[in-house]
Design a protein around this ligand. Structure first.
Ligand SMILES: [Zn+2]
Length: 84
């Protein structure tokens, strides 16, 4: 039986421990998709989230300025979601 471990050494070595998206509860994925968008996004407060999860989070609160789901620090969605 093959079980995927959440703490494979190469991942921990490359991306560090505890890089878990607080929205999806999944380990953050490095790299970019075919639209050249990063899978994971790190806000100014250093909290990381899945891009799609964070976007959904923002879209559920269209009337207020978006904040980090973890520490409530405000961020600019244009800066966060538009690839540089
Ligand atoms: Zn934060």
């Amino acid at each position: 039986m093959y079980k995927i471990k959440m703490t494979t050494p190469w991942w921990t070595k490359k991306y560090g421990k505890g890089k878990i998206c607080a929205i999806t509860n999944m380990r953050l994925r490095p790299g970019k998709n075919k639209y050249n968008q990063p899978y994971s996004i790190f806000l100014g407060c250093k909290h990381g989230f899945y891009r799609s999860a964070l976007m959904s989070w923002v879209l559920t609160k269209p009337d207020i300025s978006p904040t980090c789901p973890l520490c409530r620090q405000a961020f600019d969605p244009l800066v966060v979601f538009v690839p540089v």
